[in-house]
Design a binder for this molecule. Sequence first.
Ligand SMILES: O=C(O)[C@H]1O[C@H](OP(=O)(O)OP(=O)(O)OC[C@H]2O[C@@H](n3ccc(=O)[nH]c3=O)[C@H](O)[C@@H]2O)[C@H](O)[C@@H](O)[C@@H]1O
Length: 438
Amino acid sequence: MVQQLNEPTSPSTPGKLKPDKSHHIHHRFRIHSSHSRLTLFSSLFLAFILLLFFLTFTPPPPPTTAPRRVLGDSWGGSQWERLVSKSARRSSASGHTVLVTGAAGFVGTHVSLALKRRGDGVLGLDNFNRYYDPNLKRARQKLLERAGVFVVDGDINDAALLKKLFDVVPFTHVMHLAAQAGVRYAMQNPGSYVHSNVAGFVNLLEACKSANPQPAIVWASSSSVYGLNSKVPFSEKDRTDQPASLYAATKKAGEEIAHSYNHIYGLSITALRFFTVYGPWGRPDMAYFFFTKDILKGKTITVFESPDGGTVSRDFTYIDDIVKGCLGALDTAKKSTGSGGKKKGSAQFRVFNLGNTSPVPVSDLVAILERLLKVTAKKKVLPMPRNGDVKFTHANISLAHKDLGYRPTIDLETGLRKFVKWYLEFYSSGSNYKKVAW
Ligand SMILES: O=C(O)[C@H]1O[C@H](OP(=O)(O)OP(=O)(O)OC[C@H]2O[C@@H](n3ccc(=O)[nH]c3=O)[C@H](O)[C@@H]2O)[C@H](O)[C@@H](O)[C@@H]1O
């Protein structure tokens, strides 16, 4: 505020004004008697106000019933706790009680529905970030709600939220699928990979190790950990110390971090290395998904070939096969041995490839889509850029077959037919998710 310049000022030497003494004594007496009257009136007025306050006062409601907001997420309160407990309640006596992180994601949605369908108790957790269209995540959430799965809107980095969830529900298992996915996006936003795949994972493991009982953990690693490995098919025993992207490096870091928590705290941990998972309700950032969108729009798609002119291929794996692998891993997971942050004995530590063991060149993927969509794609063939991609992936799945009973059954053409059917139904309808039956 600007100070006014012409304000009257007080005298610079106050002692210059001398009052008359006799007048002063008389005046003091008058002031004294009017003072006592004033004091009496003010006391009476104050007493009246206090009386009024006590007669009309009602205490505010206890703060525990109000929902809490943490980092933009809303959770807490007795109604919220009821939803959490109800969702996590098993309907089968032999069922698990599972916390699924990344539940509104592609794999998370399918796994949550499969668990709920067979009688397990399932609670979802998802931060609904904007890496790809959050409307698709919200549509998946509606699907989950209809099946009786509540998805908590929150982040795995929120330690208070995780603690609260473990206080409310004694989870037997955690299916950890929340992650920053995508190989090429890591060059644009490296921090998001460290935030979710490293810091978030550690935060989750901290909550699991302190929980009593400790849950068994099954989590999503990636085929990308094989990086520049050229020995095919990729076996769990092969080297994984040559990642080709930061994404792969954070997944590899996750595997090492998991080992340390298994070793120190007796947490039972299983890593599943997924191989390019696709299917209905999939991820719009993946090639099969945006190729479909662009082919239908008549937009040119870029098909990568290897720098020496050879094909680039992937061991594309259909979502239903992946779900069977996830359930097999949960069902064969042994209990964690520690409790409340203390190790009592050694615990199970496993790593499995979940692939289709049948790699397909990306050019074949495009040809299948063209057939299914009945549209000839506008294609531009370019050498694969050096932004994290690898030339090929191919899973050896004998270990998963032996220990989990894993046996993929869906070939790429059959799986893409199911995907295209879903895609056309979902995106051609205004109230899309309601119309989808699968
Ligand atoms: O299984 C895995 O390890 C990984 O699979 C996918 O990664 P990616 O196989 O690279 O899947 P897409 O991004 O869908 O790419 C599939 C193929 O299409 C090729 N591609 C991609 C984009 C493009 O414009 N053109 C193109 O030919 C890629 O080179 C790749 O060979 C997922 O995005 C990862 O999150 C996951 O961890």
